[in-house]
Structure formats: structure tokens, C-alpha cells
Ligand binder design. Structure first.
Ligand SMILES: [Zn+2]
Length: 382
């Protein structure tokens, strides 16, 4: 079992070292000497750091990621390394992502984290659902994603027309026009075109990025509140869907993840911003309620269990998003609220659901015995 904290620290240090080395050697080549890949990655890293530093103050506030991915982060939300919760086994999705990330060399890792951070800003601040959104690397999830957001808009009693559902695609990084719009969010105007050209250059000169199809580039989903850059939106990464598929949860992936992210919108609408794991476990519970409910997907008990195992697969061992056992317990609790109602068609008002979950939450904490079964079940399925 890889030690995630150590791995993260190591990767960050390695990426930093590579970038620093390249910067040190990046200078004054003669005008006709082409730059090396290391120099390109180092320059792009600096451009993206400058971009993040130039964003408006509220741009990223409240934006909630589904998981803490193993990719070193750029931007204000990077978290100091902490010790994992004793006795906790990370969910199978994080273990899988760690494994993918551990195969990268420092330059690849630097390119990947830089482009992933850039792509997230595109999705958050530039992309819009006025353009038809394509979900999955080959569009294979578009119909399911469209159906899920339509159902959710009708399910929860919150203002919903202005919540956009946006596809997060690594291949958008190959568009200089899109990257120029993204850099314009915070980089000095004179630098925008060169930075955009460099982003697409790096995307194609580092083979492991697969022109944007490396799942680590988009291995996440997130929800953004009204006052953040780009306003209310739910974003779903192709890399997350690919990875969830590889782990064997394909038949519930799109609906569960969008149901969870929309759950954050439910919390945002009621200004419910808990400063503990219930900020993630609440949306797990609301998502479970939605997929099991007669007016949601009315999934049967076997499929509900699969959702619970997916919740566990994204659990981590830090006091941030909930452990595998806690996330599964929260999702399962939500499902049970739907299946135990005397009138299966009644939808509990969102304010009431938040209140019910907050009452339940202390019982789901501290973690009961962890559930190593989650990882082995996924492995057996894969
Ligand atoms: Zn979340």
C-alpha cells in the first residue's frame, strides 16, 4: 500500500526540483536554439502560477473537489501534508490514481500537474453549457450526464436553471484559442498568446499526456458556488469516468458523481458550509437519496450497494473528504431515507434533508471499523 503523504511530498519535491533545474538552465540560449522539454515545462509552470496569482480574489473560493487527487496542485488550495488516520485504508480509486502517478518521471509529473491546473481553470472560468457538452473521451457518457442533470434540476427544490453542467476534457488543452481565453483570466495580456501556444506545445511534446487523454489530467469532478469564477457549475472529468470504469463501477458512475456534486449545490443554496467531513459526506447522502428515490433513479438494492462501494472507493484517510467507511455510510444512509419513506414519491425538502443529515452525521463519526472490503471487491470486479 503506497503511503500517500510520502508519495505526495516526494512528487511535489521532484516536480519542484525538475522545474527549478530547468529554470536554472533555461536562460539565454541563442535565439535559434530550440528550448528543451524541461525548459518548456518550467516556463509553462511559471505561466500557470502567474495566472493563478492574477485571478480575482473570490475566483476559487468554495470550489469543492470530489477527491484530493495525487497530482501536485497549483493554486491556493494546496494542503500541507498531514499524517493519515491510523488504521484507515484509502479507497481503491485513490490507490489506483497513486499508482498511475507513481509511474511518472519529474518532468512528466510537472507537465501533468501544470496542465491539469490550467484545464481546471478553463472548465471553471471559460467553458459554458451554451456549447453542447460532450462527456467521456468518446462522448459515451453524454446522454447519461444530460439525463442526470435534468432529473436533478427537477428533484431538489433549489434554484437550478443557472447551474451549468460542464465536461472537463483534457483534449481542450490542445486548443490555443481556449487556452488563450484561460490565460486571459489572470495573466498579463502581453504574455497570453505565448503561454497558450506553449500549453499546446507541451501537451504534444510530452508523450505520456496522450494529447490530453491521460486520465490523470482530468481525474476529478467539482462543484462551484455562485460567486466563484464562472458561477454555479458542476464539472465532470473524463479521466474520473475512465478510472471509475476501470474499477468496475461504470454503471453508476455518471449518476452518482453528478448526484454528489449537485449535492454541493444544495448545500450552497442553503449556505451550508460545514467545516468538517460532513461537507463531503452530506452530498454523498443527498446523492444516495436521489439515486434510490422513486422520483430519482429508483435504483434497486443491488445497484444502491454498488453506489456505496463507489463512495468508499473515493474515500481518503485524511480529515478532509471522509474515509472510505464514512463515505459509504453516508451514501447508504441517504439511500435508506428514500427506501424507507411511507410515501415513496414524496421528496424531502432540501433544507429538511440537510437538517436530517447534520443530525445523523455525528453517528457516522468517528469512523467505525474501516472497510478493506471496498478495495478487494473493486479489484475482483475490475
Ligand atoms: Zn464533493
Amino acid at each position: 500500500m503506497p503511503n500517500r503523504t510520502r508519495f505526495l511530498g516526494k512528487t511535489l519535491a521532484a516536480a519542484g526540483t525538475a522545474v527549478a533545474l530547468a529554470l536554472a538552465t533555461a536562460v539565454p540560449a541563442a535565439a535559434d536554439t530550440p528550448s528543451t522539454v524541461e525548459q518548456d515545462v518550467a516556463q509553462l509552470f511559471q505561466d500557470v502560477v502567474d495566472l493563478y496569482n492574477g485571478l480575482p480574489a473570490n475566483a476559487l473560493r468554495g470550489v469543492d473537489r470530489l477527491i484530493d487527487s495525487p497530482i501536485p496542485k497549483i493554486g491556493p488550495r494546496a494542503r500541507a501534508a498531514e499524517d493519515p488516520i491510523p488504521g484507515c485504508t484509502p479507497g481503491s480509486l485513490l490507490t489506483y490514481a497513486d499508482h498511475l502517478a507513481s509511474q511518472l518521471d519529474p518532468v512528466e509529473s510537472g507537465a501533468l500537474s501544470t496542465l491539469s491546473a490550467l484545464g481546471q481553470l478553463y472548465v471553471q472560468g471559460v467553458a459554458s453549457d451554451k456549447t453542447p457538452q460532450v462527456f467521456g473521451t468518446d462522448g459515451q457518457y453524454t446522454a447519461r450526464a444530460t439525463q442526470a442533470i435534468d432529473k436533478l434540476r427537477g428533484f431538489w427544490d433549489i434554484e437550478s436553471w443557472n447551474i451549468q453542467l460542464i465536461a472537463w476534457k483534457g483534449t481542450d488543452l490542445g486548443s490555443q484559442a481556449k487556452m488563450a481565453q484561460t490565460f486571459s483570466l489572470g495573466l498579463a495580456p502581453a504574455k497570453v498568446q505565448a503561454a497558450a501556444a506553449l500549453a499546446t506545445k507541451v501537451l504534444y511534446e510530452v508523450p505520456v499526456l496522450q494529447g490530453g487523454r491521460n486520465p490523470l489530467l482530468t481525474l476529478n469532478a467539482f462543484a462551484s458556488p455562485a460567486d466563484s469564477l464562472g458561477g454555479k457549475r458542476v464539472s465532470l472529468g473524463d479521466g474520473l469516468l475512465d478510472t471509475v470504469n476501470a474499477l468496475g463501477f461504470d454503471e453508476v458512475s455518471v449518476e452518482s458523481v453528478i448526484g454528489h456534486e449537485y449535492g454541493h449545490q444544495v448545500d450552497f443554496a442553503h449556505e451550508n458550509y460545514p467545516r468538517n467531513e460532513s461537507s463531503e459526506m452530506g452530498p454523498d447522502a443527498y446523492g444516495g437519496y436521489f439515486v434510490a428515490h422513486a422520483k430519482g433513479y429508483a435504483w434497486n438494492s443491488r445497484t444502491q450497494q454498488e453506489v456505496g462501494y463507489l463512495d468508499a472507493a473515493i474515500g481518503d484517510c485524511y480529515h478532509s473528504h471522509g474515509t472510505p467507511g464514512q463515505r459509504k455510510a453516508a451514501g447508504t444512509w441517504g439511500e435508506k431515507q428514500a427506501t424507507s419513506q411511507s410515501n415513496p414519491n414524496r421528496i424531502v425538502p432540501s433544507a429538511k434533508m440537510i437538517e436530517k443529515f447534520q443530525k445523523q452525521y455525528p453517528k457516522l463519526m468517528p469512523p467505525a471499523a474501516e472497510q478493506p472490503a471496498a478495495a478487494s471487491v473493486a479489484a475482483a470486479r475490475g
